[in-house]
Write a protein that binds this ligand. Sequence first.
Ligand code: ATP
Ligand code: MG
Length: 439
Amino acid sequence: MIPREVQDVLRKLNEAGFEGYLVGGCVRDMLLGKAPHDWDITTSALPEETMGLFAHFAIPTGLQHGTVTVRSGGLSCEVTTYRTDGDYSDHRRPDGVTFTRSLREDLARRDFTVNAMAMGADGAVHDDFGGQEDLQKGILRCVGAPKQRFSEDALRILRALRFSATLGFPIEEETRAALVKLKDDLSYVAAERIREELTKLLQGQDVERVLNDFPQVVGVVIPEILPAVGFNQRNCHHYLDVWQHTVRAVAASQNDPIIRWAMLLHDLGKPSVFTMDEEGVGHFFGHAHVSEDIARTVCQRLRFDNRSAQRIVTLVAYHDRPVALTEKAVTRLLRQIGVENAYALCNVKRADNLAQHRDYHGRQAVLDEAETLITRIVESDKCFSLRQLAVDGNDMLSLGLRGREIGQALELLLSAVMDGELPNEKEALLEEVRGKQLL
Ligand code: ATP
Ligand code: MG
């Protein structure tokens, strides 16, 4: 099961008199029968010894932590020296790391028992903390005393939720109690790390269970979710409260990070716009707009890159707008949000719908039609973006337009082409501009 290239690295370490083992996620995944996505090796060799041994196949990627990347065939392995972590005075990073020659010490610093196993080149497993048993039972448990482990490094609180979701393992009771108790320490964790862990959590097979079980923990890093928890919608479209609906919609959506984030945020504006009519029916007029603002704030705080943030905010803003099934309406939509977002929006609406009352699931057919229309328009080469227009900014310049006039002229031409008032042909479009100028 261990690829030859990786075995070669382990053997070379062994032949030079060092210990070397696969460790962490790749061992866990192999024991679960899943294909590992990266190869971490832990070794008794010091970083400079690893560098010397692998010479020009070694790259000093993180020497201060003891990590050397070793290229072997087409693969690379992250080779890290056995280490123990120093004190954690900031609840996040050890003040210093100490290299050691003891495998057991290295395994003891790891977060969860299922992540604290090592495997030699011969496939034998070193498992000092009961990782195999927990893997078999399907339980996530801290190595050592949970309270201590979470207070050392608060990121582990979110990692626990993440692994619980991705592995589909419930969290062992003492570990669960400790992470709930120490949840406020998450304020010590950098925004980027929170974003990365939550993104993995959102894509986990058990995301619905984890988000339903731990809203108070997720609420430390996204307090905007808290008003949704237990918020009764008093509306016949919904049999779930706002948070239950949200997490059902997350789980029902395509497993794509942007779409999953959009689902998480799509209805968070609901509690603040709630009104009840004389019949006692709840309404949420304008909720998508408030959710859009919340999504923007959350994406900024979690330091999403601009493009991802823009996509998430757009999907939230559009999630509740009806899509008219006409070529004109769908072409406008493509103009406004682009092809990729238009397909994603269909998926967002599908998931939103699946998390509503069962009687409404028939509306899925409308979304099938919308997707078919999008595909037909995209494949027909119909023009719906400035990029496709037969003229560009330079053409406008050569006609004498300047500054903002250029963009305005191009927008007008695009609208006219989209509405079928003008052909998308260079001469015709230039003529139109010349004509307008004469006026
Ligand atoms: P993935 O499949 O997401 O890569 P992984 O288990 O490999 O999962 P990584 O974040 O790549 O997770 O970390 C590699 C290993 O390092 C973990 O399996 C664990 O043993 C250890 N580890 C990582 N982060 C921590 C942490 N914050 N505290 C303790 N041990 C950690
Ligand atoms: Mg990994």
